[in-house]
Design a protein around this ligand. Structure first.
Ligand code: ATP
Ligand code: MG
Length: 258
């Protein structure tokens, strides 16, 4: 008998270790990411948050000296298996970086880039539709619909970040990884991106690295606290922030270190 398993994780990490040469950056991490849920990754600078995030869509593959061991799965399939097409994987597990990094192309072409290389549109009309829908989901359509041919780099920082989110969404990802997406934004742009994350969480599994405890508390359902490469504690965000089980977590969230 087949049963539906609503709580099957979208992605799992088991016994994940990452070394850069002799630096042991991630030490035996187990973590699940679920669809319809935002997981915040928090912890002091250098604790391995970005490193861990990059393992999930194999962005570490191209980092010289970086060695990843353990098992990471997407829908139960090991993403490090040789048969995995990394370009395809990164379409399914998209990434948004700390510094908005639009391509030196038009707003339109930034969003159309992924759908073009993945052959997602049969016609220019299809492509127009994907671009418009993605910009709309990213909360940017109204601001750019009359200037799609202008360079993406000419937008404000907050608009560029939403453009990068639109670019990630355009290829129908299942997971979105965000590495401090608001750290370069003012409070208004941050609020817009947070509202967007809130909206997107119904469709994707989202993992977001943040140094803002307030942001983690506002937007995430699960929180994972990293310290010196170790995942010290993870669980429901409310529990982590109101009754952390580990002294290191308590010290960090109350601002005693980090
Ligand atoms: N490309 C690299 N080569 C060598 N060591 C690296 C590399 N990237 C990260 N590291 C090391 O791995 C450890 C974890 O770094 P990482 O960037 O993952 O931390 P982080 O938690 O994201 O920090 P921050 O909050 O400052 O962004 C650090 O000791 C760092 O020096
Ligand atoms: Mg980082």
């Amino acid at each position: 008998m087949s049963t539906s398993q609503p709580h099957t994780p979208k992605m799992t990490a088991r016994n994940v270790h990452v070394h850069y040469g002799t630096t042991h950056a991630i030490d035996d991490v187990d973590l699940d990411l679920h669809s319809d849920e935002v997981t915040a990754l928090i912890g002091p600078s250098g604790c391995g948050k970005s490193t861990f995030l990059r393992c999930l869509n194999r962005m570490n593959d191209s980092v010289a000296g970086c060695r990843v061991t353990g098992k990471i799965t997407l829908d139960g399939v090991d993403v490090y298996e040789p048969k995995i097409d990394v370009v395809q994987l990164r379409a399914r597990v998209g990434m948004v970086f700390q510094k908005p990094n639009p391509f030196p192309k038009s707003i339109y072409d930034n969003v159309a880039y992924g759908p073009r290389i993945h052959g997602l549109a049969d016609s220019r009309t299809d492509l127009d539709e994907i671009v418009a829908t993605s910009l709309d989901k990213a909360g940017l359509w109204d601001e750019v619909k009359d200037r799609l041919e202008q360079p993406g780099t000419a937008l404000s920082g907050g608009q560029q970040q939403r453009l990068c989110i639109a670019r990630a969404i355009a290829v129908n990802p299942e997971v979105i990884l965000m590495d401090e997406p608001c750290s370069a934004l003012d409070p208004i742009a941050t609020a817009r991106v947070e509202a967007l994350i809130e909206e997107l969480k119904g469709r994707y599994a989202i993992a977001i690295v943040t140094h803002s405890m307030q942001q983690a508390a506002r937007i995430s359902q699960k929180t994972a606290f990293f310290h010196l490469g170790v995942l010290v504690e993870h669980g429901d965000t409310t529990q982590i922030f109101t009754s952390p089980q580990d002294d290191r977590t308590r010290d960090y969230i109350t601002g005693r270190f980090g």
